[in-house]
Structures are given as structure tokens and as C-alpha cells.
Design a protein around this ligand. Sequence first.
Ligand code: AMP
Length: 294
Amino acid sequence: MDLIGSVRDFRVACEKARNGGFSVGFVPTMGALHGGHEALLRSAREECGFVAISIFVNPLQFTSAQDLATYPRSLKTDLATAEAHGVDAVFAPDEDEMYPGGPPEVFVDPGPLGDRLEGVSRPGHFRAVLTVVAKLLNMVGPSNAYFGEKDAQQLALVRRMVASLDFQVTVVACPTVRDPDGLALSSRNARLSTEQRRAAPVLFEALSDAATRVRQGERSADVLRAEIARLIGSERLGRIDYVAVVDDESWEEITTVQGPARALAAARFGDVRLIDNLALPTGQGPASMQNKDG
Ligand code: AMP
């Protein structure tokens, strides 16, 4: 496994793999690798001849200086994790390497979806995410790039960018990996106190409750949003940021669940902000097969 710090060397390593006839699988991350990242690596390893991972805490996508300062960093254990998953190349650049001379002058515009949901609390976040993902895809030239459903809005925006700008890559979505109590794995979970950690699964419980209601016949998105908010609100340590029920294609808020839909929620536990989402069953066939998030 090669540990690479320069854009040039990373480009060369990926090019060499492609020229050698290998399909290249790419997993972009911010490090502090956990079971969610590992699932992405596993898929990439199964499906591709050469696997590259990037580990870069992109300062431009943080809207809170405190969040950036406290974001967990653990390169040494991350390298061991990558090695254990048979990764071929780890790209871990510093900020100057990614942004020589400071932030770029040209950014990728995520369009209107970039300003909604996560974009409300984190203005400019998706513009910075898409820009760094575009840079990385241009360095790697992968056949497949792997993203988690955990960050569903990010995944949707990456898909839109790839379609709009004709990137030659297949975006592969991986289901959300959760702790046994339902909490979606996240690098930020490490910052929860014991009490907050005990409270945090309420996000998943509220979203699962909405999925159950749909399975039982509820079709009103207003009722679902209200119930999700009520459940999260019943947890003393959680403060809701937003609750949404959207069409899974257009990402517009819906009034009635009649096709593929997704429930999303964001809440703060102390100063740790967590997000989660769940595909809602569409009511056409066994729910267990439709709820891609399991
Ligand atoms: P991050 O390091 O947080 O930027 O995440 C890197 C990639 O891992 C993104 O595509 C995330 O959606 C994905 N990811 C993070 N947490 C999970 C999870 N619990 N399950 C599946 N994928 C995840």
C-alpha cells in the first residue's frame, strides 16, 4: 500500500493502474475511519482491481471553526484500517497541496438543493464538498466512486454533479452502517458524552417509526414529519435542527407518500450535530426489500 502526499504522485499511481488494465475504485473520506468507511472499502475491493482512498479533512466545507478544530484525526490507525482492507493507494495531502495559494477561485455550484436542509445550517458546505470531490475525481479517474447513504443529500448532489458535468464515473451508494442500537456510525459520535451517546439513537428510532407508520398505511408526510419531530423532541438532550420528508428523486418536500421517499433529520446533542435518514417503504411489496437502509 502506497501512502501518497502529492497530487502529482497520486495522479501517476492511479494512471499507472488504469494503464495496467485495472478498474479503479475510489473512496473519498475525511479519515477517522469507522465501520461505515470500511463498508465502502469492502465494496470497492470486491468490485475493482485497484482501490484508492483519500483522507483529507477539507477545511472549506466546515462552517464552524470549532467543528473543524475538534474533528477527529487518526492517520496512523486509518492507515492500518486501509491496509487491512487491501487498499492500494492512500492519498493524504495537506491543505497546501490541495489548495496551493489558498481556496480556489472556481467552485462547483450545487444548485438549489445545496441551499436546503444541510445547506441551511451549513451555508457553502456543499459547494466546498462538490469542489473537493470534483478535484479528487479528476486526479483519480476512477471507474467507480463509493459514497454512503448516511450522507444522502451529499450523495444526491454528487450524482447530480456527475450527471450535469459528464464525469465518467459510476457513483456507488452504500447502505448506512449502524451501531446495534441504530445510531449511524459517524466520526463525530466519538465526541458524544456517555449521556448524549445514550440519547442519540432517538434519531434512528424516530425515522424508523416513520417507516413503520408508512408500512401500516400512513401516507401524510405532515403527520410523519410531526411524529418524527415529536419523538426526537421527547429526548431531553436532543435539539432538532430539521426534519424533512422528501421525494427521493427530486428532493422536494412532499405532502403525500406515494413513490420513493426519504425521511431525514438533523439534531444537536450538546455541541455535536448528527444527521440521519431512511428510505421510506413505498407500499408496493414487502417493506423489508424496499427499505434500502435496512
Ligand atoms: P466522511 O469521512 O464523513 O466524509 O465520509 C466519507 C464517506 O463515508 C461518505 O461517503 C459518507 O457518506 C460515508 N459514511 C460515513 N458514515 C457512514 C455510515 N455510517 N455508513 C455508510 N457510509 C458512511
